[in-house]
Write a protein that binds this ligand. Structure first.
Ligand code: GYE
Length: 347
């Protein structure tokens, strides 16, 4: 595996790329064009070597995403021996394709990709392979015909999260003596065709199937944002009467749904009219649960920066890495000691 020495050459090409494409170069401390020149001199003088990492991030659609970006920027710092080129795709795959191609042109050492959707990556990953640049996929997955087009993937088991949500609902309804009642459910789905959406919807569907008294009224795309989540929930409330359960595939859509439910004069959470199941379990959502508005949160860990760094360090030492690496996760509900959990929460 080649390791690039960041000296005048690379920084100059970064600068050229920066000025010619008008693209944005970001790193832990943000750099402007003239700062970059200064940095170039500094680095050349210090003779330091950096591992250059190009990271194509999904966007900034949610609290989870912000925590993920922070984790990468904090980990891939110059103090840690990295030079990070960070690109926010604003939830558009075409922006990610452009970013990855730019990383290849810049001859970065590693490409880290958090793919918005699973398909459409074969050609660009083939280009990265031909350029000899290892690609580490983080969080969401890619579906490619040739698995050798990426080195490895690290992230959550979204299907397990969805299944866990269904199982939790089964035992909750049993506890409440509602097993023979019709249970009317709606789902706010995450970005259609993203791994997080496919897994959470699919996992929950497995449990839905075995419960004859559950009716899935509708599943609709809320794109993982609060605004969309609120819009879709408002529509659901107008269309369907007697909604018992909302499955919301991330916290930000949940915040939107809560607004919509309350604006419609209804209540939610353990003592409310509507049971809310949510995914991510960020601090703000756990707080909303402590305030009695959410029933349960299925954890999704956004702190993938250090795990990707471990993979890169292994590759640098010429070691093998596991192809698929799942992070361990849990769930939280209102019966738990939420004050302590919130205090310990780092995102
Ligand atoms: O759940 C959501 C974000 O891919 C796991 O994307 C991630 C999801 C996360 O927008 O909040």
């Amino acid at each position: 595996m080649k390791k690039m020495v960041v000296g005048i050459g690379v920084l100059l090409s970064l600068l050229l790329w920066f000025s010619s494409c008008g693209a944005r170069i970001e790193e832990s401390e943000e750099i402007s064009g003239s700062d970059l020149l200064k940095k170039e001199e500094e680095l050349a003088a210090e003779g330091e070597n950096y591992i250059v990492v190009g990271f194509s991030q999904v966007g900034s659609e949610s609290d989870w995403r912000i925590a993920s970006t922070e984790s990468f920027k904090e980990t891939f710092s110059q103090e840690n021996g990295y030079y990070l080129i960070f690109e926010d795709a604003q939830q558009k795959q075409e922006n990610q394709l452009k970013a990855v191609r730019n990383f290849i042109l810049q001859e970065v050492d590693y490409i880290v990709l958090d793919p918005i959707v699973e398909t459409g990556w074969d050609a660009v990953l083939q280009e990265a392979k031909e350029a000899g640049i290892p690609v580490i996929v983080a969080d969401r997955q890619v579906k490619v015909a040739d698995e050798s087009l990426y080195t490895c993937w690290v992230g959550s088991d979204f299907e397990e999260q969805g299944r866990r949500a269904g199982e939790w609902l089964e035992s909750y309804l049993e506890e409440k003596g509602r097993t023979s009642e019709e249970i009317r459910i709606v789902t706010l789905q995450g970005t259609r065709d993203s791994t997080a959406q496919i897994g959470r919807t699919g996992g929950f569907a497995q449990i839905l199937e075995r419960n004859d008294n559950w009716t899935m009224l509708e599943r609709r795309d809320g794109d993982f944002t609060q605004t969309k989540g609120q819009e879709v929930m408002e529509d659901f409330l107008k269309t369907y009467s007697g909604i018992d359960v909302v499955v919301s595939e991330n916290d930000n859509m949940t915040f939107g749904a809560i607004e919509a439910i309350e604006a419609a004069g209804k209540t939610c959470g353990p003592d409310g009219d509507v049971i809310i199941l949510s995914f991510d379990a960020g601090r703000a959502a756990l707080q909303a649960m402590a305030d009695g508005k959410i029933n349960v949160e299925f954890e999704c860990n956004p702190l993938l920066g250090p795990l990707v760094s471990d993979i890169i360090q292994k590759l640098e030492r010429g070691e093998e890495v596991e192809k698929l690496q799942y992070v361990k996760e849990t769930y939280f509900d209102s019966t738990m000691d939420l004050d302590t959990i919130i205090q310990e929460r780092v995102y």
